[in-house]
Design a protein around this ligand. Structure first.
Ligand code: 4NP
Length: 157
């Protein structure tokens, strides 16, 4: 079982989008029993304010026929480091904040999602910059390439 935690700043836009896109991809390939997938925030703001997945994210998921369950934002905790095999942030700032939470990436579990593509870069925050379609495309591509990596490494059979 490969356990993956997708992480962004707020856990209401990019990381839940990644969580449900990845779940959709593995379900379509019949691989869902090989994975445990979750998402979390680096900030405590939306957990404290009991914020749910952002409506534009739900619209995009619906547009692409991707099933999701609505839920509250949760902040990543230090003990998530031991619970997951891969902790995938969206941008450099997320990685910096993840490292503040976990203190040390001793088992090299922390990556940016687009590290698994030909050319790594940040997935910018649609909450601030507003292009949810571009975010969807980046995350979908990142998830497909990450799954290719998992299959290539034979981490599941
Ligand atoms: P996300 O976007 O990190 O992709 O979930 C954000 C959503 C909300 C906030 C920041 C980023 N916020 O400050 O509430």
């Amino acid at each position: 079982m490969v356990k993956i935690l997708f992480v962004c700043l707020g856990n209401i836009c990019r990381s839940p989008m990644a969580e449900f896109i990845f779940k959709d991809i593995i379900k379509n390939k019949g691989l869902e029993n090989h994975f445990f997938i979750d998402s979390a925030a680096t900030s405590d703001y939306n957990e404290k304010n009991k914020t749910r997945i952002y409506p534009e994210v739900k619209d995009i998921l619906n547009k692409h026929n991707i099933l999701f369950t609505d839920r509250l934002s949760r902040q990543m905790k230090k003990d998530d480091y031991q619970k997951f095999n891969y902790i995938l942030g969206m941008e450099d700032e997320n990685i910096k904040n993840i490292l503040k939470i976990i203190e040390k990436d001793s088992e090299k579990k922390v990556f940016k999602l687009l590290d698994f593509t030909e050319k790594s870069r940040d997935i910018i925050d649609p909450w601030y910059y507003g292009n949810f379609n571009a975010t969807y495309d980046d995350i979908k591509y990142g998830c497909e390439k990450f799954l290719e990596y998992i299959l290539y490494k034979k981490l599941i059979r």
